[in-house]
Design a protein around this ligand. Sequence first.
Ligand code: UTP
Length: 292
Amino acid sequence: MTTVRTAVFPVAGLGTRFLPATKSIPKELLPIVDRPLIQYAVDEARAVGIENLIFVTGRGKGAIEDHFDISYELETTLAERNKTSELEELRRLRPGPGQVAYVRQMQPLGLGHAVWCARHLIGNEPFAVLLADELILADTPPLADMIAIHAETQGNVVLVDEVPMESTNNYGIIRPGVETNASIEITSVVEKPDPADAPSNLAIIGRYILEPTIMDILGTTAQGTGGEIQLTDALLASISDTPFHAVRMTGERYDCGSKLGFIEATLHLALRREDLGEDVQLMIDGLAQREN
Ligand code: UTP
């Protein structure tokens, strides 16, 4: 059984839905309460035993590298001021030396192209892809189930969630085949179909376990929807010789690439925090009264 040791985090997108905030701040560093989106994704990968983290970055994304590096000045100052818990938290969240690698996409030509840019770092092993703007919270990340299905099928595995039929044109949508308790066979995928053409309402949502053979296909995949090289197109092209399955989403998911999803995640996580929850609830009630 091959375990999945490496995760790719594509973080080179322009984040146009969050302009002007994302003009100089990477979308992936926008915080939900006090933790950047990318940190949640990295924690999720490490929680399922993934050790090697590859970031596909672009211009203006250097702050992501700083985020996962040691900040000597900050840490020295925290130590001098006896801010022990803050210091320990920073150290706990930081991957170890040599566990992180960065590669530049140079041009934001789409998710498929971003993944392909990591090909030399991946080599000949299966790997995970995590999109940080899909924030997933679960006691056991669904990535663990996906890795188990990959071990069984030796094929490509994606995470899917049911979405409202009217929003199929925002996602890659699968055509489901046989479903078992653990997974759904995928017979086809359509990128961003109109609701009338959508083969189901099961959307691929930002977590993938991929066979390394996908890299060869990505290398020859033409630009698709929106002029971008789509990962979905490459997955579809590999369907004839690589098993392809979906795992259903478990836990909670927030689409933090959209403003509404981002605000929902912020409110929900703040409400849950012991140090903030009650005050945030009072604040929301007060705001609601003021607006009525
Ligand atoms: P999105 O489709 O959300 O695109 O990418 P985006 O550019 O980040 O945001 P909008 O739509 O303009 O607001 C999903 C993930 O894929 C990465 C993004 O950084 C994000 O994490 N991505 C996308 C790349 O790394 N390269 C690309 O060319 C496109």
